[in-house]
Design a protein around this ligand. Structure first.
Ligand code: PLP
Length: 415
């Protein structure tokens, strides 16, 4: 009989969002009248509300027409994405910022979630590698390591044995101290989900220097790059000297260009990047990823790749900027209201998330319940995104302006 991957059974499975949904549902059932008068506003989830940029829609219509005719039809794409899209990315996202990235170091995917998860295929599994993960974090980093057998059992109060958690706190500027014990891989995410924090070039260079000295691999998730407004914040890890020898970067069009339901992203694996065999030989990771994608992936729909390419036109770039500005204005409005009410607020300047300290005497879930009951506003309890998230909630700036204005009105008097 087939044996199951028992690592799945270790997952403290999807506790956060199902638990949020359960509490919202229970409250709605009990207070149907009040909810009808004052509908619940969801400030928790990370989906966007503004539609696809016009440049993408136009490119997609054109591509659909091409698919309708035998002369211009496209079947299977190159496994790693079309060279014209890889080249546009290398040029506009990297070389224009002084990063020496070639088109064949760019691998198109159906989004950063897949890349953040699948990238573990490149590494030995079963706990051979010691993984360090910033805390709190996008849950995919942790759960995929559980599935790959890189952890022990789940711990009381959150977290897993065997993973090294790097606490991001206001005291360390959301840039945790470098691990002092041996690790093989560190996950970094800047601008950060969920804390909304960003770090400057010097701080990121310090991670790169540290990683190179210790032969550590960095997974750098830059899914929120489009929201950077501070010129001192690097847009890519490859702006740092030597990063091509120690880092893989993941990017996404989901939040920048409303691709959450359209699906496209990419990762960059430089040819200079290597990892060790058991015999201590060094192996390039770029050709291994090419091999992996050829084996397991048939690329992204032609129409969607044309939409992604359109983001690099002048019109496309302007429409991405408009979207980021819209969500960052939401963040500003929310941040001002919450701050005025006396709570500590972090993030929101280079990322579409606010990380809000809970009022004295309330933990993450306590504050969640309070906001649900008193304001009919749903946020994300920080404790659900890692042990260091306790004492905070994440407020998303992705809802519509109308909803943001309603929330601003509701939370002011409440807090
Ligand atoms: N990385 C981070 C930090 C995220 O917050 C998200 C989505 O919320 C993703 C990756 C996944 O993005 P995608 O929609 O491209 O799969």
């Amino acid at each position: 009989m087939a044996r199951v991957n028992e690592n799945f059974l270790k997952l403290q499975s999807g506790f956060l969002f199902p638990e949020i949904a359960r509490r919202v549902e229970a409250y709605t059932q009990e207070h149907a009248g009040a909810v009808a008068d004052k509908p619940i506003i969801k400030m928790g989830l990370g989906d966007v509300t503004q539609p696809l940029p016009a440049a993408c829609v136009e490119a997609m219509h054109k591509a659909v027409d091409e698919q309708a005719s035998a002369d211009s039809f496209h079947g299977y794409a190159q496994h790693v994405g079309y060279d014209w899209l890889r080249e546009a990315i290398a040029e506009h996202d990297f070389r224009s910022r002084g990063c020496d990235i070639a088109f064949d170091e760019v691998f198109i995917s159906d989004g950063a979630k897949s890349d953040c998860a699948n990238i573990l295929d490149l590494l030995a599994s079963g706990g051979v590698n010691r993984m360090a993960i910033t805390d709190p974090a996008y849950p995919v980093y942790v759960d995929t390591n559980v599935i790959a057998g890189n952890t022990g059992a789940g711990l009381e109060g959150g977290g897993y044995e065997g993973l090294l958690y790097l606490a991001m706190t206001p005291d360390n500027g959301f840039d945790p101290p470098k691990p002092t014990e041996p690790v093989d891989v560190v996950y970094l995410c800047y601008p950060n989900n969920p804390t909304g924090a960003a770090i400057g070039k010097e701080a990121l260079q310090a991670w790169v220097d540290w990683a190179r000295e210790r032969d550590v691999l960095l997974f750098f998730d830059a899914a929120y790059e489009a929201f950077i407004t501070d010129p001192a914040v690097p847009h890519s890890v490859f702006e740092c000297d030597g990063a091509a020898e120690c880092a893989i970067e993941m990017r996404s069009y989901s939040k920048s260009a409303a691709f959450t339901g359209t699906r496209c992203g990419y990762c960059v694996i430089p040819k200079a990047l290597t990892a060790k065999t058991a015999a201590d030989d060094r192996v390039q990771l770029n050709p291994l990823w090419l091999r992996r994608q050829r084996t397991k992936f048939n690329s992204v729909c032609y129409i969607v790749q044309r939409a992604a390419e359109a983001l690099y036109s002048d019109a496309g770039k302007a429409q991405v900027r408009e979207r980021a500005a819209y969500y960052l204005e939401n963040a500003r409005l929310l941040g001002a209201a919450i701050r005025a009410a006396g709570l500590s607020v972090h993030g929101g300047e280079n990322a579409p998330y606010l990380w809000v300290g809970t009022p004295d005497g309330m933990d993450s879930w306590g504050f969640f319940d309070h906001l649900l009951r008193e304001a009919h506003v749903v946020v994300t309890p920080g404790a659900g995104m890692g042990p260091a998230g306790e004492g905070f909630v994440r407020v998303s700036a992705f809802p519509s302006r109308e909803d943001v204005e309603r929330v601003v009105e509701r939370v002011g008097p409440l807090l």
